[in-house]
Design a protein. Structure first.
Length: 253
C-alpha cells in the first residue's frame, strides 16, 4: 500500500510516552497509516529504536526527548521540538502516564501525588494548550487523550490514578467544546487492562475482575492503538468529546 492510500497520509503526529508499552503500538499504528510520527520519551536509546522500527517498516518518524515530569517548560519545549521535527503537528496523542501501584490513600506520599499528577494531568493540559491553537491556525487537527476505565469507575487503592484519568476524561469534553468549532476534534480512549510489561505488575490486582469480563482477557496494545487511529482519522469526522472504552467489557460488569 502506498502512502497516498493510507488514512493519515500527510499528517504529523506527536505521541507522548512512546518509547515503551502502549505508546510504541500507537506510534507504529499511526505511522503505518501514513502519518509522520514524533516519538517522545525520556530515553533516547529506546526512542531511537522505535524510530528505527518505524522506518524499517516504511514509515517516517523522528525522536524528541522529553521528561514530562519536569514541569511546564519541558512540555512547552516538547511542543516546539515536535513542530520543528515534523514541520507541524496535526495529531496529538496524550499517552504518557506514571502508574502508581494500588495503594491505600493514607499511604500515598505527597511527593508521589505531585509526581503522578505532574505527568498524568499537568503535562497533557499544557501540551494541548501549546499545540491545539496551532492546529486551529493551520486548519484543524485531532487530539486523543489516553484515559482509563478507572477514570469512569474507581476502585479501592486506585484513588490517585482514577482521579488522574477522570481529569483526562473531563479535559476531553471541555476541549471538544473549546476547540471543536475551530476544526480540532478531541476524544479519548479509556483502556482496561492492557497486555504490556508494566501492567503485568498489576496482574494479581485485576485477576478477579478479568474472570468476569465478557472477553475474559486483557486488551492488546494493538487493539487500543487501533481505536486511536480510528479517532484521529476521517472515519471519525463527526465524533467529538467521546470517551471510547477498549476494555473487554469491564465497564459493563
Amino acid at each position: 500500500m502506498s502512502p497516498k492510500d493510507t488514512r493519515l497520509a500527510g499528517r504529523r503526529a506527536l505521541v507522548t510516552g512512546s518509547t515503551g508499552g502502549l505508546g510504541v503500538a500507537i506510534a507504529k499504528a499511526l505511522a503505518a497509516e501514513g502519518a509522520v510520527v514524533v516519538v517522545s520519551g525520556r530515553d533516547k536509546t529506546r526512542g531511537d529504536a522505535v524510530v528505527a522500527d518505524i522506518r524499517s517498516a516504511g514509515g517516517d518518524a523522528a525522536f524528541v526527548a522529553a521528561d514530562l515530569g519536569a514541569g511546564g517548560d519541558a512540555a512547552r519545549r516538547l511542543a516546539d521540538g515536535a513542530v520543528e521535527a515534523a514541520g507541524g503537528i496535526d495529531i496529538l496523542v496524550n499517552n504518557a502516564a506514571t502508574l502508581l501501584m494500588p495503594t491505600p490513600t493514607a499511604d500515598v506520599s505527597e511527593q508521589e501525588l505531585r509526581d503522578v499528577f505532574g505527568v498524568n494531568v499537568f503535562a497533557p493540559f499544557l501540551l494541548t494548550g501549546a499545540l491545539a491553537p496551532r492546529m486551529v491556525d493551520h486548519g484543524g487537527g485531532a487530539v486523543v487523550n489516553i484515559g482509563s476505565i478507572t477514570g469512569l469507575r474507581g476502585s479501592s487503592g486506585s484513588a490517585v490514578y482514577s482521579a488522574n484519568k477522570a481529569a483526562i476524561h473531563s479535559f476531553t469534553q471541555s476541549w471538544a467544546d473549546e476547540y471543536g468549532p475551530h476544526g480540532v476534534r478531541v476524544n479519548a480512549v479509556a483502556p482496561g487492562p492492557i497486555g504490556t510489561e508494566r501492567q503485568a505488575e498489576f496482574a494479581d490486582h485485576i485477576a478477579p475482575t478479568l474472570s468476569r469480563l465478557p472477553s475474559r482477557r486483557v486488551s492488546t496494545p494493538e487493539e487500543v492503538a487501533a481505536a486511536v487511529v480510528f479517532l484521529v482519522s476521517d472515519d471519525a469526522a463527526n465524533i467529538h468529546g467521546t470517551v471510547l472504552s477498549v476494555d473487554g467489557g469491564w465497564a459493563a460488569t
